[in-house]
Design a protein around this ligand. Structure first.
Ligand code: GSH
Length: 226
C-alpha cells in the first residue's frame, strides 16, 4: 500500500496536490499526517527526516522507496498507474499540462507568500489590501488567469485539459487562495474554481482541513486566533 506523508490540511498546499489527485483517480493510499512544527528537532522534523532527506512534505512511500517533491510524485504515479489519467492521454496535452504544472511549481512566489493557503479562513480584507499594495500579486494572478483561459478554451473544459488531471491538482491550492482572500477574478476563472472545489477529492480535503481545528501562528501572518 502506498503511503502519502503530508502536513496540516488547512495549510499544506504542496501536500494537497498529490492527495486530491490520488483520491480523484482512485489510486489507493494510506495517509500519514504530521502536524507542522518547523522548529529544529521538532517531532515534525524528526519524522520527515526519517523518510526524506529533503525534509519537506509531501513524501510518497512505496515500500522502501521514498519519492519527494510533488512533481516527482506525479511522475512516479504516472509510471506506476499509466491508465489512471495522472496526465492527459494525448501527448501534446500532456506536454502542456506538464508545462503549466512546472510553471506553478517554480513560480507565483508573490501570490504564495502574500496569500498563504488557509482553507478554513475567510480573509477578504487582507486580500483587498494585498491586491492594492502588491503589483507582483496582481501580475501573478494575471498570468494564472491567462493560462487557465488558454487551456480551458483550447481543450473545451471542464478542467484545464479536459478531465481533472495533475495540472488541476497543481492549481487546486491556488483556487483555495483566490477564494479565501477574495481576489478579483473573471467569471470564467470563478466558474473553473467552483468546478475544482466541487471535485469529490477536493471536497474531501476541504472538509478535513476545516475539521482540523488547529491554529499555527507561524502559518497565520494575518490572524492571532481562529
Ligand atoms: N518543492 C516541494 C515543496 C514542498 C514544501 O515546501 N513543503 C512544505 C509544506 S507545504 C514543507 O514541508 N515545509 C517545511 C519547511 O519549510 O521546513 C514540493 O513540490 O513538494
Amino acid at each position: 500500500m502506498l503511503q502519502l506523508v503530508i502536513g496540516n490540511k488547512n495549510y499544506s498546499s504542496w501536500s494537497m496536490r498529490p492527495w486530491v489527485l490520488m483520491k480523484h483517480l482512485g489510486i489507493p493510499f494510506e495517509e500519514r499526517k504530521l502536524r507542522f512544527d518547523f522548529a529544529a528537532g521538532s517531532a515534525f522534523r524528526q519524522a520527515v527526516a526519517q523518510v526524506s532527506p529533503a525534509g519537506l512534505v509531501p513524501v510518497l512511500l512505496d515500500g522502501s522507496l521514498a519519492v519527494w517533491d510533488t512533481l516527482a510524485i506525479c511522475e512516479y504515479l504516472h509510471e506506476a498507474f499509466p491508465q489512471a489519467g495522472v496526465w492527459p492521454a494525448d501527448r501534446l496535452r500532456r506536454a502542456r499540462a506538464r508545462s503549466v504544472s512546472a510553471e506553478m511549481h517554480a513560480g507565483f512566489g508573490a501570490l504564495r507568500s502574500h496569500c498563504p493557503m488557509n482553507i478554513e479562513a475567510s480573509l477578504p480584507e487582507v486580500g483587498q489590501r494585498v491586491w492594492a499594495e502588491q503589483p507582483t500579486v496582481r501580475a501573478n494572478l494575471a498570468r494564472i488567469e491567462a493560462l487557465w483561459a488558454d487551456a480551458l478554451t483550447a481543450h473545451g473544459g471542464p478542467f484545464l485539459f479536459g478531465d481533472f488531471c495533475a495540472a488541476d491538482a497543481f492549481y487546486a491550492p491556488v483556487c483555495m487562495r483566490l477564494s479565501g482572500y477574495a481576489l478579483p477574478v473573471s467569471a470564467a476563472s470563478r466558474a473553473y474554481m467552483s468546478r475544482v472545489a466541487a471535485v469529490p477529492g477536493v471536497q474531501a480535503w476541504i472538509s478535513d482541513a476545516v475539521a482540523e481545528q488547529d491554529f499555527l501562528d507561524f502559518d497565520e501572518p494575518y490572524r492571532q486566533h481562529r
